[in-house]
Design a protein. Structure first.
Length: 230
């Protein structure tokens, strides 16, 4: 942990968001990280971890902790586990409801579930808490619908891949004050680190945005990242 954070600091990454995907994983993550000024947390149950029920009240209590800044990772994934679709939808709704109650944004994962994801976000009034569609891999049209909901849209190392021109096109469409970048580590290492373990330090390679913008626009994007994590 110290080594990972030191490498990040060496590349001027000022803080990290540690994202939970299960409640036991959240508790373990808290013990591993400890108290650090440069690490904040999210709390949630990933849609791919819906094989067993979890205690919604426990989720609410953990999410209420002061240094938990967001709900999630939550959302819908019909690509890998369509058989848990109903359970995923119920869990997604719980996360949004708790986010609205606690005034904490939701971190949303979606795969092969675009229509249902957008429908639930609208029906559950996600505009009351806000959120981010993380590791965005959709198109301009979907980006526009998320922007209409007041969402941030976050791009991972995938946007640097050679065959990701459609995704880069979507990124160019997103206003600078709504565009974020991330690592989604330990996977999806950006170019030029393909095949290596992804780490927070590599967010600078996504944020360099050589495929996207001038240096002036890049500075505006860095400012948006800080605002989105407050």
């Amino acid at each position: 942990m110290d080594d990972v954070l030191a490498k990040a600091a060496a590349r001027d990454v000022k803080f990290c968001l540690a994202v939970a995907t299960t409640l036991p994983g959240y508790r373990h993550m808290r013990k591993l990280v400890g108290k650090r000024d440069n690490v904040v947390f999210s709390c949630g149950v990933h849609p791919l971890n819906q094989d067993e029920a979890y205690d919604v009240e426990e989720l609410r209590l953990l999410a209420a902790e002061d240094d938990v800044v967001a709900m999630g990772e939550t959302g819908l994934d019909y690509f890998y586990t369509p058989e848990t679709k109903i359970r995923q939808q119920a869990s997604f709704i719980h996360h949004i409801q708790i986010g609205r109650e606690l005034h904490k944004p939701v971190i949303v994962h979606t795969r092969d579930a675009r229509a249902d994801t957008l429908a639930i976000l609208r029906e559950e009034k996600v505009t009351d808490c806000g959120g981010v569609l993380h590791c965005f891999t959709e198109d301009r049209e979907t980006a526009g619908k998320l922007l209409d909901l007041g969402f941030y849209i976050s791009f991972s190392g995938i946007v640097t891949f050679r065959n990701a021109e459609q995704l880069r096109d979507a990124a160019r469409y997103v206003p600078l004050d709504r565009l974020l970048v991330e690592t989604d580590s330990p996977y999806l290492a950006p170019v030029p680190h393909r095949g290596k373990e992804n780490q927070p330090a590599m967010v600078r390679d996504v944020a360099s945005l050589r495929w996207y913008a001038t240096s002036q626009r890049r500075r505006r994007i860095y400012g948006g990242i800080e605002r989105g994590c407050r």
